[in-house]
Design a protein around this ligand. Structure first.
Ligand SMILES: C[S@@+](CC[C@H](N)C(=O)[O-])C[C@H]1O[C@@H](n2cnc3c(N)ncnc32)[C@H](O)[C@@H]1O
Length: 266
């Protein structure tokens, strides 16, 4: 499949999630989305500081907890969704700081802008665009964050080059993403549902590190934090079905996919 086709399929899937009445990932909404967020590293205080509507349970970690954000900083969130981490980062950098969220799905951008307006959050700007070609100036941001997005890119090398370009010298990277411990069964590799579900586009952990390093970013540190991929064997959503049906008896997804944190600096 061509890269542009992959991107279109991903865009369509996340457009639907953004538009669903209580659109959330992992079959999880409302109070369950808060519970899910707590399970992947968000504190109650952090969750109280951001609008619940921005939490679509599409994340796999808490990159803002790693980024060491300071008052007055400019932060870029790649694949900002409904604005979850942007609003949290906005709280951390204060009114003199600025957050830019970039997402290629128009419905996500619309939802994120509505959330900002409704909650009177003024230091966040959402830009429609691709993370492989960021609508952001060179050397202009202090920190790049991203949450469960880069695995969805069909050109990850370009994403890391773009991160390098937009960071100020000394700028930091704090990313949460999915990676693989070993190659997935062929059926999962080919499943577009598993791609959209953040599994089959994921890189092997070693490949991930090499890919970040080859962009020029320094002090690359990858921390594996176990799996936080929520597949409900009862509900058997399309992503779960594609994955679970292809695992052999006695195997489970944790052997393959893992949530990781990536830290680096320019
Ligand atoms: C799994 S969701 C995560 C959303 C958000 N980071 C969160 O934690 O709630 C992935 C998001 O990345 C966006 N996305 C995926 N691939 C992208 C790309 N190549 N360029 C820009 N945005 C992309 C999707 O539109 C979607 O909003």
């Amino acid at each position: 499949m061509k890269r542009s086709e992959t991107r279109e399929l991903v865009k369509k899937a996340y457009g639907k999630i953004a538009q669903a009445k209580n659109g959330c990932g992992c079959g999880t909404c409302g109070p369950d989305a808060r519970e899910f967020a707590r399970s992947i590293g968000y504190s109650e205080t952090e969750l109280n500081a951001i609008p619940d509507e921005a939490n679509l349970a599409l994340s796999c970690g808490n990159p803002t907890a790693l980024a060491g954000l300071k008052k007055g900083e400019t932060v870029l969130d790649l694949g900002s969704g409904a604005g979850f981490d942007c609003f949290l980062a906005a709280d951390k950098v204060g009114r003199n700081g600025k957050i830019i969220g970039v997402d290629m799905t128009p419905q996500m951008i619309e939802k994120a802008r509505e959330n900002a307006k409704k909650n009177k959050i003024k230091n966040v700007e959402f830009r429609l665009g691709e993370i492989e070609s960021l609508p952001v100036a060179d050397n202009s941001v202090d920190a790049v964050i991203s949450n469960c997005v880069i695995n969805l890119s069909p050109d990850k090398q370009k994403v890391f080059q773009e991160i390098y370009r937009v960071l100020k010298p000394g700028g930091r990277v704090a990313i949460s993403d999915i990676a693989l411990n070993k190659k997935l069964p062929e059926k999962v590799q080919k499943s577009m549902d598993a791609y959209v579900g953040c599994i089959s586009g994921a890189l092997l952990v070693d490949e991930y590190k090499k890919s970040v390093e080859s962009s020029g970013l320094k002090d690359v540190k990858i921390t594996s934090k176990g799996t936080s991929i929520c597949i409900d064997p009862e509900t058997k959503d399309p992503i779960g079905r594609a994955i679970l049906d292809s695992l052999e008896d006695g195997q489970d997804l944790d052997e393959y996919a893992v949530s990781i944190y990536i830290e680096a600096r320019k």
